[in-house]
Write a new protein. Structure first.
Length: 143
C-alpha cells in the first residue's frame, strides 16, 4: 500500500502560517523625501537585451540585506508587476528581483516586447519601508 502525502496542501499551509506570522513585523520608517529612480533606461526607451539598468537613490543609503542602519535599504526591481503587500517581505521570483548585495545596477535579459519596470526599496528584512520608497513605473520596449 502506498501512502500519498498532500505535499502541496502542507506547503501552502506552511506559507500561509509564515506569512501570518510575518504580517505582525514592524515596518522600518523611510526618510522624509527619500526616492529611488532609474538612471537608465529612460521611460519609453527602445533597448536591446540584455538591458542595462542603473538605479538611483536620494535621501537614503544603499546597504546589503541584513544591515539595519537607519535611513538605509536595498533595491528590488519589479518587472511586469505592481507593488506587493507592503506588510510582507518582497517576494523573490522572476518578477521581483532582489539586490540584497547592495547592487545599484544590473543587466537583465528580457524577451522582445514591452515591459514595465518599477523600483522598490526594501529594509534589512526585505520589507518595504513605511511609507514605501518607490520609483515611477517606466515602460521600455525590447527589440
Amino acid at each position: 500500500m502506498q501512502i500519498r502525502r498532500p505535499a502541496p496542501i502542507a506547503a501552502t499551509l506552511t506559507v500561509l502560517v509564515a506569512a501570518s506570522a510575518l504580517a505582525g513585523l514592524p515596518r522600518t520608517a523611510s526618510e522624509a523625501g527619500a526616492s529611488v529612480f532609474f538612471i537608465t533606461p529612460a521611460d519609453g526607451s527602445t533597448v536591446a537585451s540584455p538591458v542595462v539598468i542603473e538605479f538611483g537613490i536620494e535621501g537614503m543609503t544603499v546597504v546589503k540585506a541584513g544591515d539595519d542602519t537607519p535611513g538605509s535599504g536595498h533595491h528590488h526591481l519589479l518587472v511586469d508587476t505592481g507593488l506587493p503587500d507592503p506588510g510582507l517581505p518582497i517576494p523573490a521570483d522572476k518578477n521581483h528581483i532582489h539586490f540584497g548585495d547592495g547592487s545599484t545596477s544590473t543587466e537583465l535579459t528580457l524577451a522582445p516586447g514591452t515591459h514595465t519596470l518599477l523600483l522598490l526599496l526594501g529594509d534589512h528584512l526585505h520589507i518595504p519601508h513605511d511609507p514605501p520608497v518607490t520609483s515611477e513605473t517606466i515602460s521600455i520596449t525590447v527589440k
